[in-house]
Design a binder for this molecule. Structure first.
Ligand code: SF4
Length: 372
């Protein structure tokens, strides 16, 4: 395994060694005992069974509190730099599962301020528009309106700012430099920003005027923000937010993270069927150099982006995904047929999602949190 990889909230490059990340970040792997415990509350989600959600901080404590009758609030989010892609949906689908199983309230943060600060090419109008567009994808997944609030940073700043200030007062420049790699050329908004990302973790405690545990499902790349939030929490009298981390959703070109900056290797939720099919038919696979060779020696599903798509999201049946893996290894299925099967699934999923996404427009305002 190549240990040369970079993973920060703004950059993921190289072949990620997820076990090494657990060590580096000091998180804990979700082990069989924890999976067994989670299964007592509801059927294990495939993303848990298959180890896509694989790491945590204090998730066992969240369950302890829940068992004692103390409900928790969920918090996740999105940096609205453009259209939502399928990789983003992983965390959101899992968050919905947690909402359904535990009946938890959700704060969904749209960090339009962050994307403005960290991206030279985006205006505030762009990122706010992105936030509203991405919110449609969130709503389309079926979150419970009574238990979900979408928090657009620049539009809820009156609510977030006092909490962010309390956080900011306890975080030094030296900490942000060490955690995020900032230097003297970093704009001062970026340096302050992590305190805004911390704020929703404490929002329910502020609103309810007593401490409420918070669980944050997020990509492991976002862990740095919440390490800062967790360090500060006890100083401010809050519980430390707990986390549950997912691995990055792979790119269609074979790298470890799907990215909006590679549109050809990324399926957006707004892509029409023809575009989706074209992207999948051009995807990187673990196939052999020729059909004859593949029939003889088989393919390599472990490096194949088409297989990873099925494994992560599009084939929920464990027996079926194992069967695909075996047939690939034995050379009993060829890449052309396999890509077509995936394309059919993704197109079916997106047609339904896009229909719900349009319906979501009429509910958007009800989901948005508004400053008092
Ligand atoms: Fe990937 Fe399918 Fe080809 Fe196997 S047959 S390498 S799983 S595309």
């Amino acid at each position: 395994m190549n240990n040369e990889f970079t993973i920060t909230p703004w950059e993921v490059t190289g072949e990620i060694d997820y076990d090494l990340l657990v060590e580096r970040f000091g998180t804990r792997k979700i082990d069989d005992a924890l999976l067994d415990r989670i299964s007592k509350y509801g059927e294990l989600h495939p993303l848990l069974r298959r180890g896509v959600f694989y790491s945590h901080r204090d998730f066992d404590w969240i369950l302890d509190m829940y068992d004692k009758g103390q409900p928790f609030v969920l918090y996740t989010g999105r940096g609205p730099s453009g259209h939502t892609h399928i990789g983003h949906l992983i965390t959101w689908i899992f968050t919905k599962y947690l909402q359904d199983v535990f009946g938890a309230k959700l704060y969904f943060q749209m960090t339009d301020d962050e994307k403005f600060l960290f991206n030279e090419n985006l205006t505030l109008e762009d990122t706010l528009k992105g936030a509203y567009e991405n919110a449609l994808d969130v709503i389309a997944l079926g979150f419970d309106l009574k238990k979900t609030k979408i928090v657009v940073d620049t539009e809820c700043i009156h609510t977030l700012y006092p909490i962010a200030l309390k956080v900011a007062k306890r975080v030094t420049f030296s900490t942000t430099r060490a955690v995020f790699g900032f230097d003297n050329s970093t704009n001062i908004g970026s340096i302050f920003y992590t305190s805004i990302q911390a704020a929703p973790a404490f929002l329910e405690s502020e609103m309810e005027k007593h401490n409420v545990p918070c669980l944050i499902p997020c990509g492991i790349d976002q862990d740095a923000h919440f390490r800062v939030a967790r360090d500060v929490a006890p100083l401010l009298g809050y519980y430390k937010p707990a986390l549950i981390h997912n691995k990055m959703f792979p790119s269609l070109m074979g790298s470890d993270k799907m990215s909006s900056s590679q549109p050809g290797a990324t399926i957006f939720t707004t892509d029409p069927p023809k575009v989706v099919r074209k992207k999948i038919m051009n995807a990187f696979t673990g196939g052999a150099v020729s059909v004859e060779e593949q029939k003889k020696s088989g393919g390599k599903p472990e490096v194949c982006s088409v297989f990873k798509y099925q494994y992560y999201l599009f084939e929920p049946d464990d027996a079926a995904v194992n069967d695909l893996q075996e047939r690939c290894r034995r050379g009993q299925i060829m890449c052309g047929e396999c890509k077509k099967l995936l394309a059919d699934r993704v197109v079916t999923f997106l047609e339904e999602h896009q229909r719900k996404r349009e319906e979501a427009r009429i509910h958007l305002e009800e989901f948005l949190m508004r400053d008092p």
